[in-house]
Ligand binder design. Structure first.
Ligand SMILES: Cc1cc2nc3c(=O)[nH]c(=O)nc-3n(C[C@H](O)[C@H](O)[C@H](O)COP(=O)(O)OP(=O)(O)OC[C@H]3O[C@@H](n4cnc5c(N)ncnc54)[C@H](O)[C@@H]3O)c2cc1C
Length: 500
């Protein structure tokens, strides 16, 4: 690390220099830091994190029952074995990340309570200038870096999405969003409505059902669930044979990915068959005569949205116990006592929980500029879902949604480290994605194909995201099985990247 003066900044604060600066110490940022340390040991690097600790999602989400909805053999890193049950609580994920930081001596490379406000690229200096605020002291800090690596996640922490229903202000009870769960909220004996039936509701409802007088889940439309025991037979068998954990991790990871690929293929080739099988798994765990058609039969093809895994069918057990009621209808308005549905039914509640999703945050709410001109990412086309046309020396981790996010964080981390090494070999200090002559006239499409994948939080904000083209070089396909071979072999000299 060296100290250099940055003439552009208005005051005399010295800027610290790092070869690579990573934004965010969530599961992606820790992955990136591990990779830089392992693959580019000659590079200085720093992780800046706005919060007081690591973990991102697994630190900020504090609603009851918070847990992963994909298995940790694939949500965990390729390089660090997962040894617990497949579905993990937030605290188990934080312990795993803590071990990764500890075992690799990463903590001295992370600065907490540093929220980045702006990042501007200066062609004259060939550097990114970063301004951050220390959230504990309010002090402003400056950094300069050759390469900026965005690992800031995709949603705004501490600010969940709540639709604007008429009459919300009239409701006399409490409205709570899971993303801003109040400390000490007492649900004991309360009549609770949960709006939404996605992964958050599916996690939260079984965790609060026993405490509450009654829980009513109000959903506009049903969701697919995959109900399975929270154990893995292959892992159990391998452990019985005293196979080393590294092997268990790799074998179980491959088995899970193999099975998921088969399910995804089925969702395209035989969607009706898959739909019937998923719904049967749900029906088998509900009382005879339960209206599965109405409450658990989605109108869309499976995998258009992530299929939430419900360990040991806990949500269905809570419904079977009679504590939890599903209601499938639209909300007309809030009333003083609860909610009035379009169908005319009125539901009373002491507390309404809006499990209605997040607000997308593109690039961590940081003001970006290139040579003084504000950057709008929506004007760019993505290079392999990791970099952007016209934006020099910047990479972004945007993971998978249908399978574990981290699978892509690992792939992109490998790609970025390979790129940094390639630049060193070329003697280049700048890399910028650019369309090639053969890309002229390529269709410019939204970031993702809504026919393929269309959850509400992405549909609401697709205009904010970069564009994609119709070639593998210019998109993030959300297809792990293609990208796992494509990304490690991507030709860094195919003309998509301009080096200087
Ligand atoms: C409740 C919930 C459950 C989920 N379960 C799963 C699951 O089971 N499987 C799965 O694949 N995905 C799941 N996801 C998606 C999940 O968010 C990602 O998989 C993953 O945790 C994202 O990690 P990340 O490090 O990329 O981002 P985040 O976890 O969002 O972390 C980003 C970090 O960057 C920091 N940051 C952002 N902007 C700035 C800034 N300007 N300055 C400084 N720091 C900044 C943030 O403070 C944060 O710590 C879940 C999401 C939620 C909300």
């Amino acid at each position: 690390m060296s100290q250099i003066n940055v003439n552009e900044v208005p005051d005399e604060v010295q800027a610290e220099h790092f070869d690579v600066l990573i934004v965010g110490a969530g599961i992606s940022g820790i992955d990136a830091a591990y990779h830089v340390q392992q693959r580019c040991p000659e590079k200085s690097f720093l992780v800046l994190e706005g919060l007081g600790s690591f973990g991102g999602t697994w630190l900020t989400q504090r609603y009851p029952g918070i847990r992963s909805d994909s298995d940790l053999y694939t949500f965990g890193y390729g390089f660090k074995p997962w040894t617990g049950p497949p579905i993990a609580s937030a605290s188990e994920i934080l312990s795993y990340l803590h071990e990764v930081i500890d075992e690799n001596g990463l903590s001295c490379h992370i600065r907490y309570r540093h929220r980045i406000n702006s990042a501007s690229w200066s062609s004259a200096d060939g550097m990114w200038m970063i301004e951050a605020t220390r959230t504990d002291t309010g002090e402003r800090c400056r950094f300069v870096t050759n390469f900026l690596w965005m690992c800031q996640g995709y949603y705004r922490h501490g600010d969940g999405f709540t639709p604007d229903w008429p009459g919300m202000d009239r409701f006399s009870g409490q409205i709570v969003h899971p993303h801003t769960w109040p400390d000490g909220l007492d649900l004991g004996g309360k009549n609770v409505i949960v709006i939404g039936s996605g992964a958050t509701a599916a996690t939260l409802v079984p965790a609060i059902a026993a405490d509450c007088e009654r829980v009513t889940v109000v959903q506009r439309s049903p969701t697919y669930f995959f109900s399975a025991p929270n154990s893995n037979e292959v892992a159990d068998m391998l452990r019985e044979l005293e196979i080393p954990e590294e092997w268990v991790h790799e074998i179980v990871r491959r088995k899970i990915l193999h099975d998921q690929q088969a399910i995804i293929r089925l969702s395209f080739e035989q969607p009706e068959f898959l739909k019937t099988e998923l719904i049967k798994l749900v029906r088998d765990r509900l009382p005879p005569g339960y209206d599965v058609e109405k409450h658990f039969t989605p109108g869309y093809r499976p995998w258009r949205q992530r299929i939430a895994l419900i360990p040991d069918g806990d949500l269905l057990a809570a419904i079977s116990s009679g504590k939890v009621t599903m209601v499938t209808d639209e909300i007309r308005n809030f009333t003083e006592d609860g909610i009035l549905l379009m169908g005319g039914e009125e539901l009373a509640a002491d507390i309404i929980i809006t499990a209605t999703g997040f607000n997308l945050s593109v690039l961590g709410d940081i003001d970006f500029a290139i040579d003084g001109k504000p950057l709008d990412l929506a004007d760019t086309i993505t290079y392999r879902g990791a970099m952007f046309t016209g934006v020099p020396n910047l990479a972004w981790i945007f993971g998978y949604f249908r399978v574990s996010w981290t699978l892509r964080a690992d792939l992109i981390s490998d790609l970025v480290c390979r790129l940094l090494a390639h630049m060193a070999t070329l003697g280049a200090s700048k890399v910028t994605p650019q369309l090639r002559p053969e890309d002229a006239g390529m269709p410019v499409l939204p970031w993702f194909d809504p026919e393929n994948f269309n959850p509400g939080y992405m549909m609401r904000s697709v205009d904010l995201l970069p564009k994609r083209g119709d070639k593998p070089e210019w998109q993030h396909s959300q297809d792990y099985w293609t990208e796992k071979d494509l990304l490690p072999n991507a030709d860094l000299d195919d003309g998509c990247l301009a080096y200087e």
